[in-house]
Each structure stands twice: as structure tokens, then as C-alpha cells.
Ligand binder design. Structure first.
Ligand code: HPA
Length: 235
């Protein structure tokens, strides 16, 4: 049955594994460039979703939107209403570590957050939630097989993009060993944990909070392709 945010009536239109970029236009790009026999399954709020096949395996790609409230809604409905088992977020992050360079690939082991998402939703008191070991290991193995370098680390899932208070490098990076920052993983991992499902996340560094460098849209697309190949192989 359709949800308030997803118009899909038949669960079978969803694959068991869903790749979620933040940007719905990225979902369209993945569907057009990597999948065969594609059908569009959702366009409510332009949060495009597509189901197709990658090397014979059924895969859905759908945007999550930006931030924990948005991915919180979509991932919950995918797991709970559409029987999705695995969600792999394919996103971008800002670098906190001087060692993380633009276009580097980061596989997320743990998400640290000061967000109230998990407390409010599930009374989870912890501020670090892990990705699924099995799925995360699949990502690492896929990257190794494709000969693509990566690091596996803790990421900061932040509710705030523009931050004027405190010193994030001291208060978050140094304290929790976060290589970079994004805005979704913690909520995705919390939902997966509560619903007994699997979640993982792979990120490309799109900007650096250390050097203040950032990537152009075209360059981002290229590095995004590498990350997508890893995620599709892992799926
Ligand atoms: N901050 C938060 N989220 C992000 C960033 C950032 O600098 N870059 C990509 N996602």
C-alpha cells in the first residue's frame, strides 16, 4: 500500500536492496547509466525511485533527500512498509581530517551524532550507531576487488550544515575520531537497528572543512561513478 510519501502500491516493485543517494537526480543517473529494464516507481515530491537490474540482480535506487528527518522517513517506510532488507546510502561528505582528500572514498563503520533522532524515535541513548558489519564488509571487499582505495571510519552525522557555535574540530572530530561530516547515516542506522534490517553507507569527499576546497559538479560525477560501482557490486 502507498505511504504518505511513496506512491508505490505493490511491494514487489521494490527490490530487497535499495541504493539511496541524497539527490533524486542522482537516483535517475544511476538508473539510466547502470541498470537495465528500469521502471520508475516513485515521483511523489520528486523523490524519484527506480527499480531495475544490475548484472541480473534486482536493485532499487531512490533519493533520500538531505538530513536525518528526510532519510528517516524514507528509510523507515522502505524497511517497514515495503519489506526492503538492505539500504546502502551513497552520499557525499565534508572532510574533517587533513588526510581525507577531495574524491576520497570513505566506507562508514560508525556514525556519531548529537542528534536527538534515535532518542526521540526509539529511546536509544547512545550517540554512536554502527553500520551493519556484513554489508559494510561487502562494500570493503567490492572496493578491493575493483582496486579502488578507500578508508573505513567513523563519520559525523550532523543536523546542522551552517554552524557558528563551538569548535567542531575539537568538540567532534578529535573527541569522536570523525574523518568527515554528512547529515544522514545516524538516522538510517537507527532505523535499521530498530527494525532489524541492514544499513551501510559509502561516501565521497566533496569538500574539505580543513582546506576549504570543494569539488565541481562535473568532477563529483566522475568520482561518484567509482563509488556507485562499489555499491552496486556490494549489493
Ligand atoms: N557538511 C555536512 N554535510 C555535507 C558536507 C558538509 O560540509 N559536505 C557534504 N555533505
Amino acid at each position: 500500500m502507498a505511504t504518505p510519501h511513496i506512491e508505490v502500491e505493490d511491494k514487489n516493485l521494490f527490490a530487497k536492496t535499495v541504493l539511496m543517494p541524497g539527490d533524486p537526480l542522482r537516483a535517475e543517473y544511476i538508473a539510466k547509466n547502470y541498470l537495465t529494464d528500469v521502471i520508475m516507481i516513485n515521483k511523489v515530491r520528486n523523490m524519484f525511485g527506480y527499480t531495475g537490474y544490475y548484472k541480473g540482480k534486482k536493485i532499487t535506487v531512490m533519493g533520500s533527500g538531505m538530513g536525518m528527518p528526510s532519510i528517516g522517513i524514507y528509510s523507515y517506510e522502505l524497511y517497514n512498509n515495503y519489506d526492503v532488507d538492505k539500504i546502502i546510502r551513497v552520499g557525499s561528505c565534508g572532510a574533517y581530517s587533513p588526510d581525507a582528500k577531495l574524491y576520497d572514498i570513505i566506507i562508514v563503520k560508525d556514525a556519531y551524532s548529537e542528534s536527538s533522532f534515535a532518542k526521540t524515535a526509539y529511546n536509544y541513548q547512545e550517540n554512536i550507531i554502527s553500520s551493519d558489519d556484513f554489508l559494510t564488509n561487502n562494500l570493503s571487499e567490492a572496493a578491493k576487488n575493483l582496486n579502488i582505495p578507500f578508508t573505513i571510519s567513523t563519520i559525523h552525522s550532523s543536523d546542522v550544515f551552517y554552524r557558528a557555535h563551538g569548535n567542531v574540530m575539537v568538540d567532534v572530530r578529535d573527541k569522536y575520531n570523525c574523518v568527515g561530516v554528512e547529515m544522514e547515516s545516524f538516522a538510517l542506522f537507527a532505523n535499521a537497528k530498530y527494525l532489524n534490517k541492514k544499513a551501510a553507507c559509502i561516501l565521497t569527499v566533496s569538500d574539505s572543512l580543513v582546506t576549504k576546497e570543494y569539488t565541481t559538479a562535473e568532477e563529483r560525477q566522475k568520482s561518484f561513478n567509482k563509488m556507485m560501482e562499489i555499491a552496486l557490486e556490494a549489493a
